[in-house]
Each structure stands twice: as structure tokens, then as C-alpha cells.
Design a protein around this ligand. Sequence first.
Ligand code: HEC
Length: 96
Amino acid sequence: MTFTKDVAPILQKSCQACHHPGTSAPMSLMTYEDARPWARSIKQRVAAREMPPWHIDKTVGIRKFKNDRSLSDREIAIIARWVDDGAPSHTAQPHP
Ligand code: HEC
């Protein structure tokens, strides 16, 4: 898994609406440089389904969202795998 090929499209769809400069979200996730320092927390938050925040509402069925940004199990697995691989940018890094 690499950022450019696998992770960036997911962040674009599900995270960047909030995580860009000038919003209430604590950090930008627009570029690799923005996201890299947050890799561990990103994995934690998406695995716990705390990010993106809509998912919780969907589970309890209070609201339906036109722009559903929730992540599929596959997308969560991609992010987790990317972080476990050392959060590489373009090219997969060999395991130590
Ligand atoms: C609806 C807007 C919104 C969306 C969409 C969203 N976030 Fe967030 N995110 C926030 C806000 C606001 C916070 C700060 C409050 C909190 O920590 O819950 C936050 C906090 C975080 C944190 C914790 C930062 C810290 O200080 O430790 C991480 C990691 C994170 N988001 C990752 C993501 C990822 C990855 C996605 C996409 C899968 C995403 N977020 C989608 C609004 C959003």
C-alpha cells in the first residue's frame, strides 16, 4: 500500500472535507507531508470507526447522509495496512 496510490483517494473522499487548513479539524490531511505524522492516530481512529464522524450516526440510524463518507471495511484495511507498512509515500518499502 502506498499513500499516492491507495490512501490519498480515501482521504480525499472521506477526510479532506474537514481536514484541510482553516477548519475546526486539528490538522490537514491534504498531502502526504500533512498526513504522515498522523499515520498512527489515523489508523486508530478509523479502526475504531471514530473517523470519519458520520459513521456513528449511521449506525444508530438517526440520520441518513447524502454524501456518505463512511469507510468500507476494505478501506479501513487499506489504511491499517499502509500504516503497518511504515506509511510509505510512493514506493513500497521493504520490511525490515
Ligand atoms: C466531519 C468532519 C471530519 C471528517 C469527515 C473527518 N474528521 Fe477527523 N477530526 C475532525 C475533528 C473536528 C477532529 C477533532 C475532534 C476529535 O478529536 O474528535 C478530528 C480529529 C481527528 C484525529 C485526531 C487528531 C488528534 O488530535 O489526535 C484523527 C487522527 C482524524 N481526525 C483522522 C481522520 C481521518 C483519517 C478521516 C477520514 C477517514 C477523518 N478524520 C474525517 C473532523 C473530521
